[in-house]
Design a protein around this ligand. Structure first.
Ligand code: 4NP
Length: 146
């Protein structure tokens, strides 16, 4: 199973999801990565607050480099998980061949969220961690059933 998480900047939400899921999937052979629809932060490390939250939760996050989503990412993954409606609409419009693989991460959230709030604007990285962690745990339960 190959999974890619997608947000706008690929420095806050999708890297957080990538490393939370990698930590949850340590005993699997899943391949997990992330990318952004914008490319605004290509080549950069993740946001310092994303890193802080991951480290507070004993989740390793070394060696991250932000990158822009391209069609090869879509081709090479089985599941493309988006953080909000804007990411979802971007991919289903621009990479429409792959639209059957695209799912909102919050489909797996049971805390009442439809989107993962963008902390670039809200400043609330703890909320993002809670929503992503809940969603990823539920996602893994679903995948384990397959
Ligand atoms: P992300 O957050 O999509 O969760 O990585 C953002 C990071 C940067 C920007 C927007 C959202 N930006 O406009 O630079």
């Amino acid at each position: 199973m190959k999974i890619i998480f997608v947000c706008l900047g690929n420095i806050c939400r999708s890297p957080m999801a990538e490393f939370i899921m990698k930590n949850l999937c340590k005993n699997t052979n899943y391949t997990i990565s992330s990318a952004g629809t914008s490319g605004y932060h290509d080549g950069e490390d993740m946001h310092i607050k994303t890193k802080e939250i991951l480290l507070q939760n004993n989740i390793k996050c070394d060696g991250f480099i932000s990158k822009k989503l391209d069609k090869f990412h879509c081709q090479n993954n089985d599941l493309i998980l988006t953080m909000d409606e804007s990411n979802y609409n971007f991919i289903t419009t621009n990479f429409s061949n792959f639209k059957d693989k695209v799912k909102p991460l919050c489909n797996y959230c049971d805390l009442g969220y439809k989107n993962v709030p963008d902390p670039w604007y809200t400043g609330n990285f703890n909320e993002v961690y809670t929503v992503i962690n809940n969603s990823c745990k539920n996602l893994l339960k679903e995948l384990d059933k397959c």
